[in-house]
Design a protein around this ligand. Structure first.
Ligand SMILES: [Fe+2]
Length: 307
């Protein structure tokens, strides 16, 4: 995957977040892309809606994802990081998913492996708007290497499904209730497409009603608004306008309807950032019960060269 700056010269200085899990030799990495016929923000906001997993990923057929994560409604926590949002979804003892969102369009998650004993897979999603109603859903799947036989089996799986694009199956999914036979990658994608495209090509946000489980979406919107305000020319900022947007938007929210008595296994959240600036993200997404706050997982693009 290649990242390019396409604006006017000179290119601004920036540090592109990089993660070992997507680049190490101990991983097999598969790149995929789908083009969906809806607005990119619908895909983006889905990333901050961890609760959707318990519902959306049961649609049509029960796949590997929901079998492992369970359909329990999670307790949710959110914390702003240096460059995004860390969200923690707890569905019981030892069932904690941590995702790492990086502005403006990346989500790092982890999902169960293809088979019961396969290692969990790290996924990086980048949602790129092609126009107001078309979005490229680009992602890489990074699978830990294990045995030669397992590596070959997993490689064969991904190569055989590289061309699946849920938007090509609109009628089957929406009107005929036909879902992919593949219960991992294709099914998961089809279910997400159903939920996101199901809002229309451009969701009607004037008439939406956010609920408690939408706290991540609310936080995402607040930070987008705050940062867009900062980008406005000073001459266009009304007196006092900046103070309407909180410089810090740290936010923690709990949804306790599901198993609120279960002990939490997530570690304490990282200390709030001290510099107030936007730098590369710390932390990494993980699967159930894995250590998920190893800052060394991040390296800057400058450290890696022109990545
Ligand atoms: Fe999903």
């Amino acid at each position: 995957m290649i990242f390019a700056y396409l604006g006017d010269a000179p290119a601004p200085a920036f540090e592109l977040p990089c993660k070992d899990v997507f680049e190490g030799d101990d991983r097999i990495v598969f790149a995929r892309s789908e083009t969906w016929d809806c607005n990119w923000l619908q895909l983006v906001e889905n990333s901050l809606d961890a609760a959707h997993v318990s519902f959306v990923h049961q649609k049509g057929r029960i796949g590997t994802f929901i079998e492992n994560v369970s359909d329990a409604v999670p307790t949710l926590e959110f914390e702003e990081t240096d460059a995004g949002i860390r969200q923690i979804a707890t569905r019981g003892v030892g069932n904690v998913r941590v995702s790492d969102w990086t502005f403006p369009n990346n989500n790092h998650i982890s999902v169960p492996g293809l088979q019961k004993d396969d290692p969990w897979i790290d996924i990086g999603h980048w949602n790129v708007p092609l126009d107001d109603v078309t979005t490229a859903r680009m992602n890489i799947w990074a699978v830990p290497r294990s045995t030669p036989e397992a590596d070959r089996r997993i490689s064969d799986y991904f190569e055989a499904r590289a061309d699946y694009n849920a938007a090509d199956h609109y009628r089957e999914l929406f009107y005929e209730n036909i879902f992919p036979e593949d219960t991992v990658m294709s099914l998961t994608s089809a279910q997400d497409y159903l939920a996101q495209r199901g809002q229309g090509v451009l969701a009607d946000r004037d008439n939406e009603i956010l609920g408690r489980s939408d706290a991540g979406i609310a936080l995402l919107r607040r930070i987008f608004a705050r940062e867009m305000q900062r980008l406005r020319p000073v001459s266009r900022q009304r007196d006092g306008a900046s103070s309407n947007m909180p410089r810090s938007c740290r936010f923690r929210w709990w949804h306790r309807e599901a198993d609120s008595t279960a002990p939490r296994v997530a570690r304490p959240l990282a200390a709030p950032r001290a510099d107030g600036g936007r730098r590369r993200a710390a932390g990494r997404a993980t699967g159930v019960t894995r250590d998920h706050r190893d800052p060394s997982a991040h390296r800057s693009g400058r450290e890696l060269g022109a990545k």
